[in-house]
Design a binder for this molecule. Structure first.
Ligand code: HEM
Length: 231
């Protein structure tokens, strides 16, 4: 068994290409290559849409247009980038839907308990592969993507809609993108600095046994067959 970059073994890399929810060497495969590809395509097109959309939104962010060669480029690029983001989001939705149904246990944990989790003081009742917060984020971004598409289409083809609808679409598009951005910033924080060991799940595809036992004891037990955490 050869150790590669980042201490990942050849066995772990090979396992992470095709399968997930399996033990590979000393690690657990959490996201197979296809899942990671879809996730990063969604993230990439999200930021492309964001950066090309913000200079159109307000001159305050006009300097961002320079990244694409000017405001005119942003104006035609943004709706195509947004449409691609939507298509990939729907692909991601169906790809992950099976794991994202909210359970009674997930719901009972919403509220102040979620903040305690961030400080490692409380844990959701035996979460499976994803906890309630992650599932909520999944449903919120799906709903957000639909809202952005519908309101965006109205602005893209304004001549087909009365003025009242066009104005409502602008409002909906702006509110949705601001909420979306706040949710994504929180998501990035939780997936990197706040919960060490999580980011590699989306880069290398694997997590350590200790990470899985701590954050997702139900999933840990399912994958390894070992008892995770006594409460
Ligand atoms: C640089 C930006 C991003 C980073 C660093 C990041 C990081 C991650 C990581 C590490 C996971 C795996 C969590 C786990 O296995 O428990 C994940 C999952 C996920 N990501 Fe991202 N992500 C980013 C952008 C996005 C964007 C823009 C979206 C959607 C628009 C998104 C949607 C999701 C969803 C729905 C999941 C599954 C549920 C969850 O774990 O919260 N991500 N992301």
């Amino acid at each position: 068994m050869t150790t590669m970059a980042h201490g990942q073994t050849e066995m772990e890399i090979a396992a992470g290409r095709a399968r997930e929810n399996v033990v590979a060497g000393g690690a657990l495969v959490r996201h197979r290559r296809a899942s990671r590809l879809i996730h990063w395509s969604v993230a990439g097109t999200f930021f492309l849409s964001l950066l090309s959309g913000m200079p159109i939104w307000t001159p305050l962010f006009g300097w961002m247009a320079g990244l694409f060669g000017g405001l005119e480029v942003c104006r035609w690029l943004h709706p195509y980038a947004g449409s691609l983001f939507f298509i990939l989001s729907i692909l991601q939705f169906f790809h992950w839907l099976g794991d994202m149904r909210l359970t009674e246990g997930d719901r009972s944990w919403f509220g102040p308990k979620a903040f305690k989790y961030m400080h490692h003081e409380d844990f959701p009742a035996d979460p499976g592969k994803y906890n309630g917060g992650q599932k909520l984020f999944f449903w919120a971004v799906t709903l957000g993507a639909i809202g952005l598409l519908l309101s965006g289409l109205i602005m893209w083809f304004p001549l087909y809609f009365p003025q009242m609808i066009r104005e409502l679409a602008i409002l909906l598009h702006d509110i949705t993108f601001i909420l979306f951005l706040v949710a994504v910033i929180t998501h990035i924080y939780l997936g990197t600095a706040a919960e060490p060991g999580t980011f590699r799940a989306m880069t290398r595809g694997t997590v350590t046994r200790a990470w899985a036992r701590l954050h997702h004891p139900g999933w840990f037990q399912e994958v390894t067959g070992d008892e995770a955490r006594k409460r």
